[in-house]
Design a protein around this ligand. Structure first.
Ligand code: PEP
Length: 255
């Protein structure tokens, strides 16, 4: 199956609204006028409204970095799926390792969020990945397997084409250490095997599996050339147009 590459920028807790507007304008002018590679920016909640006005006009998609599993009510500080849809948000990052490690999110909390997202027409970018300790203990498949099975429990098969997985080995996030092309492909293909078990061959082959973890223009081409790597979730390198668009251009060259 021909899966369109998705390059998504996770800005984390960076950029004020006016800085976000400037960055998105730069990204739009560099890679906005094409539809071969899907480009998505995920700014902080405080910038979504302003960025939303900008991206409406071009091919850049908008994503959020988190979301509540609840639909509305007394949940101080939370943001609902409906609020995100109202701002034309298309994607939502869920289960990022920082949410798991720093904010105590478990596979089951994240599963509730994934189901809320998809039931509200948001495309989840569901993040999974092992720590260095788990890798050294030879437990990659056990960890990633339970993250996939538990995090996607009851995921509706009719919506599988809207699901995006991001494999982000925790030891590679923000550290400058990247999985080799072969390491990434090996885990991505195992993840796809689990998706085949869960959803069947054809639906599983429509799911995009992104790689995340210190991806940058210098290493993007090799990673993106792997058959089961369908794009990237980019942290640090998404904060400047030069490096982010450098990765998008690598994806365009391969498409
Ligand atoms: C991330 O946090 O999703 C990420 C991939 O970060 P970085 O690119 O900085 O490693």
């Amino acid at each position: 199956m021909n899966r369109k590459n998705l390059i998504a920028g996770n800005w984390k807790m960076n950029k004020t609204a006016s800085e976000a507007v400037d960055l998105v304008k730069e990204i739009s002018s560099m890679v906005g006028g094409q539809s071969t590679v899907q480009v998505c920016v995920c700014p902080p909640f405080t910038s979504l409204a302003k960025v939303s006005e900008l991206v409406e006009q071009n091919e850049i998609m908008l994503g959020a970095q988190n979301m509540s599993e609840k639909s509305a009510g007394a949940f101080t500080g939370e943001i609902s799926a409906e609020m995100l849809r109202d701002l034309y948000v298309s994607f939502v990052i869920l289960g990022h390792s920082e949410r798991r490690q720093l904010f105590g999110e478990s596979n089951s909390t994240i599963n509730a969020k994934v189901l809320t997202a998809v039931n509200n027409n948001l495309k989840p970018i569901y993040c999974i990945g092992e720590t260095l300790e788990e890798r050294e203990q030879g437990r990659i498949l056990e960890i990633v397997g339970s993250q996939v099975r538990e995090g996607l429990d009851s995921f509706p098969i009719r919506s599988v084409e809207h699901l995006v997985i991001a494999y982000e080995p925790v030891w590679a996030i923000g550290t400058g250490k990247t999985a080799t092309n072969e390491m990434a492909q090996e885990v991505h293909s195992e993840i796809r095997n689990i998706l085949v078990e869960l959803f069947g061959q054809t639906p599983a082959s429509s799911i995009r599996i992104l790689y995340g973890g210190s991806m940058k223009p210098e290493n993007a081409a090799g990673l993106l050339a792997q058959p089961d790597v369908d794009g990237g979730l980019i942290g640090g390198a998404s904060l400047t147009s030069r490096s982010f668009c450098g990765i998008v251009k690598s994806a365009l060259e391969l498409s």
